[in-house]
Ligand binder design. Sequence first.
Ligand code: PGA
Length: 223
Amino acid sequence: MKDILIIANWKSNKTINEARNWLDEFNISDVNLNNKEVIVCPPFTLLGFLKKEIEQRGLLVKLGAQDISPFEEGAHTGDINGKQIKEFAEYVLVGHSERRSKYSESDEMLLRKVEMAKRYGLEPLFFTPNETSPIPESVKTIVYEPPFSISTSPNPTIESPEDVNEVAKKIKENGEGVQCVLYGGSVTPQNVNSFVSMENIDGVLVGGESLDASSFLQIVQNA
Ligand code: PGA
């Protein structure tokens, strides 16, 4: 049985109180996780709070950051670096299409972010919008997420699980070190299983539906 990764990307959402309410509702201890691994990527402001709560509540949930500085610690106002992230998280998202388009993050910049993640023992979860976009060599886990499939895009269009499976297969063939390919874009409790039951799809990354604890729990259950 393959391992399945289920990732929540909260984007720029939630205060500490809202995160506490989410945890109160997220009864993951009732779910038989078997081969499933759950990772929550909150905003930086919630990493410390969530780490403490997850430990205290004994939850089988890991943490990821949504971004990483391309630089080491130092004079980089506003940046959060790998050394700082490592105090809280094991994973980091790199190259989400919202960062590529709204902050003009280039392939070169993303490569530096991946290098920083690796230097500090963080696992980069690297986004690609298609099967031909460059993937840094050391990346093991890819999130295939076409921007038009994201739930907040103007007319979200979801590809069929069969088509995503084909793309995932090509990404694995093309990318030397790639071990896992996840799918992202309008994943719901209803469609999650159709994706993860495909041979080459090793999990999902969930945006909108992860903000609601019961929807996300349902996604974990149904995956
Ligand atoms: P969505 O977002 O699940 O709301 O489509 C996914 C993402 O952009 O990370």
